[in-house]
Ligand binder design. Structure first.
Ligand SMILES: [Fe+2]
Length: 221
C-alpha cells in the first residue's frame, strides 16, 4: 500500500511562523496609527494572527496533482529576489507545494480561467492543516489571466507574493506589490489578474461566517 507523504514539518513550521510574523507586524502598524480607520482590516489581522498561534492536526493524505507545477521553478527563482522579510514565507509555501490539496475553483463559462489557475488550502477544513476556524489558501495563475470577480461572506485578507492587479466592486485596478495586503470586507465583489508574470498570492479567511462563494460568469452576449 502506498504510504502518504508526510509533510515536511520544517517547511510547514517555517511557513506558519513567517506568516504570523508578517501579519503581526502589519497589526502592530495599525495599532501604532493615531489616525484610526481601516477597522475591518485591523479586526481581520487580529483574528488571523491569534488563530495562527494555535496549532492544529495535519492531514498528510490530501495532496493532489498540480497542473501548474511547471510554474514552481520560476517562482522559486523569483522569490530569491524578494525582500528578506518574505523569503521564509515564500520558501515555506513552495516547499509544501508537492503535498497540497490543489483544486480548481469551479467557474462556469470560463475555460481560460479554469485551465490557467489553481488553488489550495494550506490550512482550512480541506487543508493540509485541518481547522475549521480559518482558511489560509494559495493561488497560482499563469500570466495574463483574469481571476473572476467573486464574493463571499467571510472577510478576506490577501498577501501578495508577485506582481498582479486587484480590484473591488468594478473599481480601478491597483498593484499591492510584493508583501502587499488586500482587505476584502464581507460580501464585497473582488477580483484579480496576473500581468506578464505568474501570479502567486495567499489568502486568509477567518471562518466566522459560512464560506459559500459566488463568482460572476463572463458576459455571454
Ligand atoms: Fe475571495
Amino acid at each position: 500500500m502506498k504510504q502518504p507523504i508526510r509533510p515536511n514539518m520544517s517547511y510547514l513550521n517555517c511557513f506558519q511562523k513567517a506568516l504570523h510574523t508578517l501579519l503581526d507586524a502589519a497589526l502592530k502598524q495599525h495599532q501604532n496609527q493615531t489616525t484610526g480607520g481601516n477597522e475591518g482590516r485591523k479586526a481581520v489581522l487580529e483574528k488571523v494572527t491569534q488563530r495562527l498561534a494555535v496549532n492544529h492536526v495535519i492531514q498528510p493524505e490530501v495532496g493532489a496533482e498540480n497542473p501548474l507545477a511547471d510554474l514552481l521553478p520560476e517562482l522559486a527563482l523569483t522569490t530569491r529576489t524578494f525582500p528578506e522579510s518574505l523569503h521564509a514565507l515564500a520558501e515555506g509555501v513552495l516547499g509544501l507545494a508537492d503535498q497540497l490539496p490543489w483544486y480548481h475553483r469551479p467557474v462556469a463559462n470560463n475555460p481560460i480561467f479554469m485551465k490557467n489557475h489553481i488553488n489550495a488550502q494550506i490550512m482550512g477544513p480541506e487543508g493540509l492543516v485541518v481547522r475549521d476556524d480559518l482558511i489560509v489558501g494559495v493561488t497560482l495563475m499563469r500570466p495574463n489571466v483574469d481571476y473572476p470577480d467573486h464574493q463571499h461572506e467571510p472577510e478576506e485578507l490577501y498577501l501578495v507574493l508577485s506582481q498582479g492587479l486587484w480590484r473591488q466592486e468594478n473599481g480601478p485596478w491597483g498593484t499591492p506589490g510584493l508583501g502587499g495586503l488586500v482587505y476584502n470586507p464581507s460580501n464585497v465583489f473582488h477580483g484579480m489578474k496576473s500581468v506578464d508574470a505568474p501570479l502567486f498570492a495567499l489568502w486568509c479567511l477567518p471562518l466566522d461566517k459560512a464560506f459559500t462563494s459566488f463568482s460572476a460568469p463572463l458576459p455571454t452576449a
